[in-house]
Write a protein that binds this ligand. Structure first.
Ligand code: GLN
Length: 474
């Protein structure tokens, strides 16, 4: 087994015992990237010399001391590119500061190393919307890794990173984790500061870890959470030691099965894996109960009004003046804006900006944006009611396994529909995790399937408890 496939706790033990050094870990990561990134396309860029310099100074007595972590290319790290997978920022923007999550990880001793590919501005579920390169599924070359944090999931599942950060607006951590076969956690909205994350849809975005195991997820989460005055949505809540949830049994824990999540549209092979997962939970003594989340059906439509609306506002700053791509030889200011944006943004980003501008425009605002806000409230209330009877919810992460690269290229609507199981947790602000549940054999490949757990606001501990019990039983 390669060093990069060790757990964080085992790496820590080896570092503290001086059996390995932080430089060994950086070199092992660089070697893996140089050997396999040409085929997999997980990383957009990496700076081995800079990471080795940090490794020299690393304090291995800190909780993540000397551990290199891959970073999605929409999180600012001082002096590094931050392209968001877009021509708008590639080659023209270098991050002038560290995001709060990076500051926190550095304070725990970690070394941010390498920039991971993503759908442009995090819009997509396949990483095919990146303007800067194709990322493969490491379990099944020729297939998508999922998205938008496809580079992060590919690197972690493919042995090119010990662990990585991603961001999740409608499923972008959980869905690629499910499709590649690793663990992805979206924290409660407000748990983790977004200061330094390039905003997509600010009422939904959260940063979280992609890891090889649930225990690693808990350990990283310990160092991501906490109040930050620079993010106005940051919660003033104490942060428990999430690793304390690891190893607790789930006997008697009430787990809800939403009946609306097991209806048509879900791939039968995926459903079979999830049903087996549910049987595993039962064998562990969990109390499985059917629940109803009646407004599930409205989730995708609600999200695809609200997220583009917010994106159209957030992306207005890319006008060729202060950041990013600037069109050459524009004749006047308006031409400068129009041409810089036309040249800098790719087709999916333009589609979202158009959709968002439309639903916010006068005459349509009430019909679309306001209606979507009301639907969001109903979806949130569904969960509040459900959590009166259960401690946690189980469902698939994605209705389908990874499809072949290019399969949905001309069908954005189908791609949007595949977010059906991940979107509700974002709309309701709830924490959720995807854990590997098995594989399905399709297209001559063994494609990973993820099972998803959703819990009450701020109750990541229960998520990690259930996810770890499940992972161990498998
Ligand atoms: N697939 C969803 C979208 O395209 C979610 C993306 C995300 O979570 N960043 O918007």
């Amino acid at each position: 087994m390669s060093l990069l496939q060790s757990s964080l706790s085992s790496l820590r033990r080896q570092l503290v015992a001086r059996e390995i050094s932080p430089a060994d870990l950086v070199r092992a990561t660089a070697t893996a990237i140089e050997a396999r990134n040409g085929d997999l396309g997980a990383y957009l860029s990496w700076d081995t010399d800079a990471a080795l310099k940090e490794a020299e100074k690393a304090d291995v007595s800190l909780p993540l001391g000397g551990i290199p972590l891959g970073i999605k290319d929409n999180i600012n790290v001082t002096g590094q590119p931050c392209t968001c997978g877009s021509r708008m920022l590639a080659g023209s923007y270098t991050a002038p500061y560290d995001a709060t999550v990076i500051q926190r990880l550095r304070a725990a001793g970690a070394i941010p190393f390498g920039r991971l590919n993503m759908d442009e501005f995090a819009m997509g579920s396949s990483t095919e919307n990146s303007a800067l390169g194709v990322t493969q599924n490491p379990a099944a070359p020729g297939h998508i890794p999922g998205g938008s944090s496809g580079g992060s999931a590919c690197a972690v599942a493919g042995g090119l990173a010990v662990a990585a950060l991603g961001s999740d607006t409608g499923g972008s951590i959980r869905q690629p984790a499910a499709l590649c076969g690793c663990v992805g956690l979206k924290p409660t909205y407000g748990r983790v500061s977004r200061f330094g994350l390039v905003a997509f849809a600010s009422s939904l975005d959260q940063i979280g870890p992609l890891t090889q195991s649930v225990e690693d997820s808990a350990l990283l989460l310990n160092h991501l959470c906490g109040f930050d005055p620079r993010d106005s949505t940051s919660l003033q809540e104490s942060v428990p030691d999430f690793t304390a949830a690891i190893g607790r049994d789930i006997r008697g824990l009430r787990i809800g099965l939403p009946k609306e999540y097991f209806i048509s549209g879900i791939d039968p092979d995926v459903e079979a894996v999830i049903r087996r997962g549910i049987a595993t939970l039962e064998s562990l003594g969990a109390d499985l109960r059917e629940i109803s989340l009646p407004h599930t059906e409205a989730g995708v439509a609600t999200y695809y009004v609200l997220a583009p609306a917010e994106a159209s506002a957030n992306l207005a700053r890319f006008d060729g003046v202060r950041y990013g791509h600037r069109a050459a030889d524009a004749s006047d200011l308006m031409q400068h804006y129009l041409r810089s944006r036309a040249e800098g943004f790719g087709p999916e980003v333009k589609r979202r900006i158009l959709l968002g501008t439309y639903v916010l425009s006068s005459g349509y605002y009430d019909a679309y944006y306001l209606t979507a806000q009301k639907a969001r409230t109903l979806i949130r209330q569904d969960f509040t009611r459900a959590f009166e009877d259960v401690d946690c919810i189980v469902c698939p992460t994605s209705p389908t396994p990874a499809h072949r690269l290019g399969a949905l290229k001309d069908d954005p609507l189908q791609a949007y529909l595949e977010d059906v199981f991940t979107i509700p947790a974002n709309l309701a602000g709830l924490p959720a995790i995807s854990v590997p549940a098995g594989t399905v054999h399709q297209n001559d490949a063994d494609l990973p399937v993820g099972i998803q757990f959703i819990s009450r606001p701020l109750d990541e501990a229960t998520l990690l408890q259930v996810a770890h019990a499940f992972e161990t039983a498998r």
